[in-house]
Design a binder for this molecule. Structure first.
Ligand SMILES: Nc1ncnc2c1ncn2[C@@H]1O[C@H](COP(=O)(O)OP(=O)(O)OP(=O)(O)O)[C@@H](O)[C@H]1O
Ligand SMILES: [Mg+2]
Length: 276
């Protein structure tokens, strides 16, 4: 953590590594403690409201679980935050100062929003270390040809990441030889190399062994604080193991919000989701 801080400060001071600088030059203002504001957001697909007047607020540094039945709008909500889908109504702000609806998808990534899709997208023929090395460059187009001349601090940064994601022993292995769970951790590590403020993770434990699920729970909970983490997941044992605040989405808006215990005992939540 300290290393990353130093690296960041160093970078902003002398701008040695221009390829890592956000081209938008925007730094999110979280002086009110809120990292993300979704207000009155509505998205329709052919007249069907996938997101319906959604209000959602994320505190800086929190770990938020989002649950809800199939089709509730969980993935669409992530699509809105990352700029893949544009709402017809409402506002989406990153901190006090950044209107995400005015930014392109790459710009949204650059202001510090990382997204982990369900299917891991690592470079299979490269080593674990090289994958993290490539991920240091924010521009994905140059990844396969990217060769950084790593200085000591950058090597330290990768070593620390290998520890964080539990792949120290696999550093020289090709990503293709990793287990499904290990690939997921590697991809999370690649996203973390950009040190995002917000990390969105959609169904991280699908297809994982029980042991992999436990390690994923440790990993995601360890990220909160420095990062704000949003986890969408159907596996309730997993959600229970990491849950702080839980939001239940239903028909495109928030049905309930609170601790796992509170939402589990909410009659409406039991009816639409947990009851089955
Ligand atoms: N691009 C699209 N075009 C048309 N309809 C869409 C599109 N994307 C999502 N939808 C619809 O919007 C609704 C919400 O879908 P979404 O994928 O956000 O749900 P979800 O909560 O992620 O569900 P799941 O738990 O199954 O992943 C669904 O009815 C879905 O069919
Ligand atoms: Mg989904």
């Amino acid at each position: 953590m300290k290393t990353l801080d130093r690296l960041r400060t160093g970078m902003s001071r002398d701008r040695v590594f221009d390829f890592m600088m956000p081209t938008t030059g925007l730094e999110v203002d979280v002086s009110h403690g809120i990292l993300l504001y979704l207000e009155g957001v509505t998205v329709s697909f052919d007249g069907f409201k996938a997101i319906d007047n959604l209000n959602l607020y994320l505190e800086a540094g929190e770990l938020r679980c989002i649950i809800g039945p199939n089709g509730a709008g969980k993935t669409t909500m992530m699509d809105i935050i990352t700029g893949k889908t544009r709402p017809q109504r409402g506002s989406v702000h990153f901190g006090q100062n950044i209107d995400l609806l005015r930014l392109s998808e790459p710009e949204i990534a650059q202001v510090g929003i990382g997204r982990k899709f369900q299917k891991p997208t690592v470079f299979e023929s490269h080593t674990v270390f090289e994958n993290l090395e490539m991920a240091m460059s924010g521009d994905k187009r140059v990844w396969p040809t990217f060769r950084a001349r790593l200085n000591g601090e950058q090597k330290d940064q990768i070593d620390k990441m290998l520890e964080t994601i539990g792949l120290v022993d696999q550093r020289a292995d090709t990503a293709g030889s990793l287990s499904h769970g290990q690939k997921q951790w590697l991809e999370i590590g690649m996203l973390l190399m950009q040190d995002p403020h917000l990390l969105l993770v959609d169904e991280p434990v699908a297809g994982m062994t029980h042991q992999e699920m436990e390690r994923t729970a440790d990993l995601l909970t360890s990220l909160a604080g420095r990062h704000t983490v949003v986890v969408v997941e159907h596996d309730m044992d997993f959600v229970r193991s990491i849950a702080r605040k839980v939001t239940v989405l239903h028909q495109g808006s928030v049905l309930a919000e609170g601790s796992m215990e509170e939402v589990q005992n909410d009659r409406r939540v039991v009816e639409v989701y947990l009851g089955g």
